[in-house]
Design a protein around this ligand. Structure first.
Ligand code: ATP
Ligand code: MG
Length: 392
């Protein structure tokens, strides 16, 4: 059993994006001091950190200073170099582990792992060349999605191949890209996308949050609704599958299992994130203990917190320019006067198309009221207007 890291100690977080900032904010509220390491000087978590490092992750002097300073560590981004994590975890507790990262960082390795554990995933194959692509298409059929094995996020590094005429274009991408490892997956005509946050401690104690229903647009999460508009049997199946996946991985930390639900009701795992997730932000506003507090608890060896949904919620991401509609005097007056709206702005200085700049969580005692508030908000800020998954 891991000994408890007492409040007042310094905990380290690798990566300083909005997830690291939310972790740091909650950790400080719980009495901890936080050391953040992110090479980007502008990363949001630096503003909240007690100690900040913005050298590259390859800097040996920083890794010594970082590990000397902290009592325990976690991470907020799955692409932290696994070698660095391996070095750090030999000196202080780090969750999740480098072994988990090595499986997750590579989409192909991750899918092979899930399939080897008999966990349901879309049919997939490795692709290294245009020649192989034809072979894979004859095996998997069309449409399919081809993804770089490493370092994609928010739908980046993905190509959808719908028809034979798309193949030539992808072949060109495959031959000119610096990436050499790709995964092709059968395109799933899902009826809905679901996700579940699972928390697992060193002792194997596990907490499972309610099922969330997500809507992505162009590969980027647009909104999340909780509880998902599915039957209790389907919700139980999604939660059970998520726990099975995290347990198979022997994961310790906070995990998000993203799933597709197909027309015939089957669940397929899309991917696992070894950290708090955008679709779990609602836990900050409507759960007894948030995903970030659970991350602090696992990191510090504290008992896990109760998972209880206090109200229905819809979370809407503010992507790129959409944030300006909330930050203007008029826009903020309107948003802040909406009953049940909780505004989170990440303080990023540079706005880029599709960049996650903030989110707003709409809460209400019933799901339909939360959806109506969120829908009204989205019709004001989203161009083009977006929709929230409705009851089937
Ligand atoms: P994120 O970082 O937001 O989780 P990502 O870049 O890691 O995204 P994925 O989760 O693999 O990438 O894909 C993003 C979205 O693209 C999915 O949520 C889904 O909407 C769509 N997608 C991905 N793979 C498939 C598939 N095999 N069939 C149908 N849609 C898919
Ligand atoms: Mg995803």
């Amino acid at each position: 059993m891991q000994s408890i890291v007492e409040p007042g100690s310094v905990v380290g977080v690798l990566g300083g994006g909005q997830l690291g900032a939310m972790f740091a904010g909650v950790a400080r509220r719980m009495g901890y001091r936080v050391a953040v390491w992110d090479p980007d000087h502008d990363a949001p978590a630096h503003r909240i950190a007690d100690q900040s490092f913005s050298t590259p992750f390859t800097d040996h002097d920083t890794r010594e200073r970082f590990v000397d300073m902290v009592k325990a560590m976690t991470l907020e981004w799955e692409n932290i170099p696994a070698e660095l994590c391996e070095w750090l975890e030999q000196r202080r507790p780090l969750h999740p582990s480098s072994a988990v990262l090595r499986v997750i960082q590579d989409r192909l390795t991750q899918k092979q792992f899930l399939a080897s554990c008999s966990l349901p995933v879309a049919d997939f194959a490795e692709v290294q060349s245009g020649h192989q692509l034809h072979h894979v298409i004859s095996r998997l059929g069309l449409p399919l999605i081809c993804k770089t094995a490493r370092s994609g996020y928010d739908g980046k590094g993905q190509w959808l191949v719908r028809q034979p005429s798309d193949v030539a274009q992808l072949e060109r991408v495959l031959t000119t890209s610096s990436e050499t490892r790709w995964i092709a997956e059968q395109f799933i005509a899902f009826v809905r996308e679901l996700s579940v946050i699972v928390v697992r401690s060193v002792s194997g104690d596990t907490r499972v949050y309610p099922v969330v229903e997500n809507r992505h647009e162009q590969g980027i999460l647009c909104n999340s609704r909780v509880p998902a508009s599915i039957s209790s049997g389907d919700a139980e199946a999604a939660r059970e599958l998520s726990v099975r996946a995290v347990t198979a991985l022997q994961g310790i930390g906070v995990f998000c299992v993203e799933m597709f639900q197909t027309q015939d009701g089957h669940l397929l795992i899309n991917e696992i994130a070894p950290r708090p997730h955008n679709s779990g932000h609602y836990t900050l506003d409507v759960c007894t203990v948030s995903q970030f507090e659970q991350q602090v608890r696992v990191t510090c060896g504290l008992p896990l917190g109760e998972v209880r949904l206090l109200s229905s919620a819809v979370m809407v991401n503010l992507l790129g320019d959409e944030v300006t509609a909330v930050m203007s005097a008029e826009g903020s007056r309107e948003t802040f006067s909406t009953p049940g709206a909780s505004v989170h702005l990440y303080g990023k200085r540079v706005i880029r198309p599709g960049r996650k700049m903030g989110h707003v969580t709409f809460t209400a005692s019933d799901g339909e009221t939360a959806v109506a508030s969120a829908q009204q908000f989205m019709s004001r800020v989203k161009i083009p207007p977006s929709v929230i998954p409705s009851h089937s």
